[in-house]
Design a protein around this ligand. Structure first.
Ligand code: ADP
Ligand code: MG
Length: 242
């Protein structure tokens, strides 16, 4: 579903990604972890064409990212993205937050979009809040709205960038629960997160990045199971967060 081949990226003279290669198959859940500044956000932004890259190739469901023949807005609409800071539209109600892109990008009628939005809000446990505005909700609720908003576009894959790291601790689980459910339903997911409990529960693979490189890319069992076979850098990192 997501095929990343030898991707390198520079910000000016600074090389932020070096020869990153990995594949996320349909239905697979891949957790990306690594120290701050290692390029995790940049890598997933490249997948969604939110950041250009200078070398290599990324294909999403067969569409090549950056190809002049591929409609980038269409590609972006098919890959859901959830950020650390929710990024909801503050001036729109929760229901409108979910409906607007369905109408503008997918051409759904307002009634059709609204129906889909309300169904998704029910699914993330927020039916009672559809008429409210983002500022009236807690961080955990806002993040669940952001996930529902991404799902409203019927994405073929979902990208998460530290979705729980801006939340108060007591709100982390309500967001992780939604992500676990999504994973169990078979959604293809690439999740930047340091929630290793989540990784243990639903990840198929764990990628460890350091200084712009994919240092480890292995099955979850291997990543957590055999500390002696881990790279020193991954070992060091895990000892700090576990
Ligand atoms: P992570 O998500 O792993 O913390 P990022 O992908 O955000 O890492 O950043 C990787 C590196 O690229 C960091 O050193 C960061 O300072 C740098 N960087 C990120 N965005 C930009 C930018 N727009 N311009 C220049 N440097 C950037
Ligand atoms: Mg980041």
């Amino acid at each position: 579903m997501i095929d990343i081949e030898q991707v390198s990226k520079w910000y000016g003279a600074f090389q932020v990604l070096t020869d990153c290669t990995t594949t996320v198959r349909k239905g697979e859940v891949v957790v990306v972890c690594g120290p701050s500044g290692s390029g995790k956000s940049t890598l997933i932004k490249c997948v969604n064409a939110l950041e250009p890259f200078q070398k290599g190739r990324i294909r999403v469901d067969g569409m090549t990212v950056g190809d002049a023949k591929v409609n980038m807005n269409r590609l972006r609409s098919r890959v859901g993205m959830v950020f650390q800071h929710f990024e909801l539209f503050p001036h729109l109600s929760i229901e409108q937050n979910l409906s607007i892109a369905q109408c503008k990008v997918l051409g759904r009628s307002p009634a059709e979009a609204r129906e889909k939005s309300l169904a998704l809000l029910a699914r993330v446990g927020l039916s009672a809040h559809s008429h409210k505005y983002p500022i009236q909700l807690s961080g955990g609720q806002q993040q669940r709205v952001a996930i529902a908003r991404a799902l409203a576009m019927d994405p073929i894959a979902m990208l998460f960038d530290e979705p729980t790291s801006a939340l108060d601790p007591e709100m982390v689980n309500e967001v992780l629960d939604v992500m676990v459910e999504l994973a169990r339903e078979g959604m293809t997911m690439m999740c930047v997160t340091h929630e290793m409990g989540f990784a243990r529960k639903v990840a198929d693979r764990v990628i460890f990045m350091d200084r712009g490189q994919i240092v480890e890319d292995c099955a979850k069992e291997e990543f957590f199971g055999k500390p002696d076979q881990r790279s020193d850098r991954a070992q060091q990192f895990l000892s700090k967060i576990l």
